[in-house]
Structure formats: structure tokens, C-alpha cells
Design a protein. Structure first.
Lengths: 341, 341
DNA sequence: TCCCTGCAGGTCAACGTTTTCCACGGCCTC
DNA sequence: GAGGCCGTGGAAAACGTTGACCTGCAGGGA
């Protein structure tokens, strides 16, 4: 900046004023400054500007990874809204490690992030919740905000913005739908990490749907496993190999469901004539599977956008800092009436 | 920081030294400082630190969007390597707008980004190339670096790091493979924006494969269209409706190919018995389509990682600032011998 | 006893902006 | 013709941190 000022024959103050345009500068002076700026390809130092209070603020979003279809869509919503609000977007991934997630929040606090967005479910251990509470308060004290996307609130008095799906309700709807089709032996695949908030909510919905119809959940039909294709494939295969009877599968995610479909096809079971399959998330892949996967649709991008909007304008939305977005069933071709026994 | 210093009864310098750990501080003093830090939940201001030369540097990556499977995987590679190198990652999307892309580069220059990574193909108009050259030089002067991921170099003397795929070679291999299977009427779908670098390279490979076998490219089999599912569907449908004969389709991306498959299925053409289909990119979806899509595999994550590695250590890789990563065919179930005419 | 050495900590400038306050000159008004 | 005001520009402080330099004190050797 000093260089520009020297070439233009003015002071740094004047250069700053020309660039900011918030102070009257004579046209001829402005011209000289602009020419010097162009000549040197000068751009202001955002860090110095931020230090003194100006400059664009940043929003951090912390996510498991960028490639999961679910995460990518939420991220897309977050990024779009962040840019629309004139903020910059810092992104970090933690690959599912809760401690790394905490570290990243600290890091973003140093970066003076205006909001720190946690995307996707997290673990709910006592120590994790306690540290989260601390961090949420620390952020709050500096005028920043902890934002939870697709994760339930940490606690009652913890200052944070929460936007989540009705995971339990979606699971209830999906399971109820299968029951209404006559299915009575509905396997659930992917309950491997019960302390994971998403897993728990979906499993709870599955259980409640059974209870609501006076049905029992058969323990041998509750299968653990991760949120991946392999898990869906292996557990379905095991179910078949062990000869455990079932007429429907509720896969905890669409990706798991794709593995389920593969295992069923290999075993010669027709979908939906012999076995109905329903997924969760409505990722783009779901429509392209054969048969098209029935699933629970989640408004991913809207989730991201809403979260940022509420967090940045929390003065106007003070009463709306915990929002639960609705889900709905998408019925495609992988579900049908239970076969006659 | 002053608050911490006051509570601990020391000067700000001492607090800085305790936190940095690069200067001997008496154990008792350190204890008092640490207690004050914990009490206030103090974290250093990264912007002030950056101003004075310390603190983590940032890498910017500028991408079309986060949800395209291709972009997401490159982004994943970029983010992972960036974090591994101890840098932070700023992400911006431009939704395919070349001018917005240029604006974002300026913005990232202000942010003092250590490298500015452009992901995916870009347009190659004279004005765009000229401005890119300017920006590359401006970045270079400040010790930063323009990095092109999956895009050919801007020009000979433009300081930049380029990591691209052999798009032309992959298209050549894919087309040659179809020709070797006996196909002579091979449609190419998705050449809508010929100035797009990726489009051009893939079309060139298609053309060269024909030439190499002494075949002519039939103009009616060269179909424009975007990189989306709809485009693949519509152009395939049009081909069928107009009665133009073809035995194979080279879709410019896998997403386009998924639309092609849908149109063929609706028209009752069997794949691969009646028509062979080959895609490009090897996105995760490709393996899940029915039939499994033959395609050209691109090492997306490796691309992102390599780009960051070369850019940040360009002192050690001075001669390696233009790398072309190889591609290879993945043969699944959507390609087969040409039908007997 | 005195001086030198080494450790612990403090002081101050610097980083690159923005912003507040002040100075200078010309023009209008009385 | 003089005083005040407006339009324009500069000087200096401030933001929060780091690093170079300096000071004071204790211990040890001569």
C-alpha cells in the first residue's frame, strides 16, 4: 500500500479511502491512485483489514468428509448461503474423529470465525458433550456461534443454533409404511454405533413404529454395521446364509441399501416381490439404482442454508434457534406388499 | 491477551512465549499463565498472528460446486493434503461462471492464500486467458501460486502448477476399445461447449481414434449437450426417434451416460447386446448402474493431493510443475461386441 | 568484593490496514 | 476585506500479536 501511495504521490490514507470509497476524494487524485493500483496489481491485505475490524468475516464448516453425498449437499447449502451473506467459507474434515472435531473448533475460534458449523451426527459421550458446552460458551462470549446441522442440541442452556431433521419421524414413517404393506419381519441394518445420534434416532423410530402397531422387534433382525455399502452387503448375506426369515429391510442409509440390493440380487431374491427395501437420505444414487430405491427424503441443501441464515441473523430469529426440518417418504420401486407366506 | 497477562501478573510477551513455547519461561510463571488462559478460555487471534508472519497459512480452492461427484473427490484430495501440510482450506464455488471464478481469485489474493487451486475445466477465451495470466503473475510476485487441477496450462511462460488428466488419451482408449469390439457407428454425446477444455480434449481423443483406424467421424453422431443426465437422455432419445443408426455411445461423462442408459432402456434397446455404452470419470455411481458402466477411470483424489504437494514444495519439484496423470479403462458390463448388422 | 555470565522477564517497534482528528486552502458571505 | 465553512488530504493511533533488544538479578569465579 505504501508503494501505491508513493507512486501516486499521496498518503496511504488516501489510497485506503479510494479503495473503500467511503470518503470524498478528488477525481484527479482518485485517477492517479487507481492507475498506481493497476500498475502494481495491488490488492489489500485482508488480514490487516480484519484486524482493524473491516474485511469479510468467515464461517467455518466442519464436516466428516466432502465425498459422502449427504455431506456434500449440506456443504453446498452452507457454502451457498455463506457466500450469499458475503462471508468466506473455511472447510475442514475430521473423518469421523470426535476429538479432531473438537480441535478444529478451537482452530476456528482462533480464526475468528463468525459461526462454526458442525455437520452431521456426532457422538454423545459425557466428555464430548461437556467440552462442546465449553466451546459453545466460549464462542458465544466472543459474539460467534456454534451451529449444529443434523445433530440434536447439546443441552438446554447451551448457546447454539440447531437445525436438524426429524430422523426419528422419518424412520417411524418408513417402518410404518412397510408394516402397512403387510411386512412383519423387517430387518434394520446399520445400528453399529448406538451412541451416534443419527443411528439412535432412526432406530428409535423403527422401534416406535413396531410398538404403535403392537408388534415386537425381533432381536435377530436388528443388525449392526457401519454406514457403508459393504456393511449392507455383508449383513444381508449373513441373514440369508443363516436362514433367518425376513420380508423387508430398513437400511439406515441409502448407501447401506445399495449393498443390501446387491446381496439380494446375488441370492436370487427379487425386489420388491420377495423382499422390500427402504433406505434413508434420498441421495442422488437412490433414483439410479435398479430398482429405484424407496427412501426417506431429507432436505440437505435447505438444512445448510437455514442453519447459516439463522446463525448470522440470530437477532431477528432469536426464538428460532432450534429448528427441526420435516422429512417425507419417497416411494420408488423397491417396496411392495409383503409376499404371501 | 492483555487480560490474560493482567490476571497472570505478567506482560503480554510472556503470555505469547508460554503459548508458543519457543522461549524459556520459568515453570511457576508458565503455570500462572496457563491457569489464566484456561480461566478465560483464551485463544490467540490468528489474524493478528498472520499479520506478523506466524500462524497457519491458507490454501484456497475454487470449484464449480461441491456436489458433483467429480468435484467432490478432487476437493477431498485437496483438503486432505492441505490439512496434512498444516494449512487451512478456504473453499468457494462459482457454479460454472468464469467471471465469478476470476473474482474469486482476486478475493483469495487478498486473503494471502499460499496457493489458489482451480478445479475442473475452464473456458479458453482470449480475454479469460489474458486475465488468468495477469493473476498468475500477480500471485507469483507475492510468493503465492496459481494451481490448475484438471485443466491444461494457460501458456508457456505463465507461472503456475498444472496437474491434469490425459483426457485426450482416455477418450482415445475408450473409443479405440469400442472400435476394436467391431463398432463403427459410435455416437458421442456432450460436445455442447467446445471451448471447454475438457470437452475439447475428449472429443479430440474420439476423433483421433477414428482417424487411427482410417474411419470417418459421422457428423450426425456428434451430439452437443451439457454434462448432465438430462442431456444424455434427450440426445439419445432424439437419435432413436430420428432413426439414426448407432451401435455404441461414448458419453462425455458418467452422469451423461446414466441418462443414455435410461433412454435406451425406455426404447427397449438392450445394453450391451444392442448398444454399448461407455462413460468417463468413473464416479461411484458408475459401478451401481445397471448394467455396470464401462468408463474411463480418473484418479480424482490423487489429482488434488498431487496438486497441493507440488505447489507447496515447488522448490523441490521445480521441474515437475506440469504433470499429466494417466487414466485407464474400467470395463464393466455396458460394453460388448457390436451386433451383427 | 567485584565482575562476568546466564536466565527470566519486560519494552518497544513492527506487521498493513482503517479511522479519528486535525490542517490547509479556496470560496462564500457579510 | 475578513471570518467561517466546506472540500480535500495528511498524521497518528489503534487492532493483537511476535521478535529483537534490553534490563535486572542471582550465582560463580577470580
Amino acid at each position: 500500500m505504501k508503494d501505491v501511495a508513493a507512486i501516486a504521490g499521496v498518503s496511504a490514507t488516501t489510497v485506503s479511502r479510494v479503495l473503500a470509497g467511503n470518503y470524498p476524494v478528488a477525481a484527479t487524485t482518485r485517477g492517479r491512485v487507481m492507475r498506481a493500483v493497476q500498475q502494481l496489481d495491488y490488492v489489500a491485505n485482508a488480514q490487516a483489514r480484519a484486524l482493524v475490524g473491516g474485511g469479510p468475516r468467515t464461517v467455518a464448516f466442519i464436516i466428516r468428509d466432502l465425498v459422502g453425498p449427504l455431506f456434500a449437499y449440506i456443504g453446498q447449502g452452507v457454502e451457498q448461503q455463506t457466500t450469499a451473506e458475503g462471508r468466506l467459507c473455511l472447510v475442514c474434515t475430521h473423518n469421523g474423529d470426535p476429538d479432531r472435531e473438537l480441535e478444529l473448533i478451537e482452530l476456528m475460534r482462533e480464526q475468528q470465525a463468525e459461526a462454526v458449523v458442525l455437520v452431521g451426527g456426532g457422538v454423545r459421550t459425557a466428555s464430548n458433550l461437556e467440552r462442546m458446552t465449553q466451546l459453545a460458551n466460549a464462542l458465544d462470549r466472543t459474539g460467534s456461534r456454534l451451529v449444529l446441522c443434523g445433530r440434536p442440541p447439546i443441552g438446554a442452556d447451551v448457546p447454539s443454533t440447531v437445525v436438524e431433521y426429524d430422523n426419528e419421524g422419518g424412520a417411524f414413517a418408513a417402518t410404518s409404511y412397510l408394516i402397512s404393506l403387510g411386512h412383519r419381519q423387517i430387518a434394520i441394518i446399520g445400528t453399529g454405533v448406538p451412541e451416534h445420534t443419527t443411528t439412535k434416532a432412526r432406530f428409535d423410530g423403527y422401534t416406535r413404529a413396531h410398538k404403535a402397531r403392537g408388534l415386537e422387534v425381533a432381536p435377530e433382525l436388528v443388525l449392526p454395521g457401519d454406514y457403508d455399502r459393504e456393511s449392507g452387503y455383508q449383513h444381508t448375506k449373513a441373514l440369508i446364509d443363516q436362514g433367518i426369515p425376513f420380508t423387508a429391510v430398513f437400511a439406515i442409509t441409502d448407501v447401506v441399501a445399495s449393498g443390501v440390493l446387491l446381496a439380494l440380487r446375488e441370492a436370487g431374491r427379487r425386489v420388491p416381490e420377495d423382499v422390500s427395501v427402504i433406505g434413508y437420505d434420498d441421495i442422488p444414487l437412490a433414483a439410479d439404482l435398479t430398482p429405484g430405491l424407496s427412501t426417506v427424503h431429507l432436505p440437505h441443501e435447505e438444512l445448510g442454508r437455514t442453519a447459516i441464515r439463522l446463525a448470522l441473523h440470530r437477532d431477528q430469529h432469536a426464538l428460532d434457534q432450534h429448528v427441526v426440518l420435516g422429512t417425507h417418504l419417497v416411494i420408488r420401486d423397491s417396496t411392495g406388499p409383503a409376499p404371501h407366506q
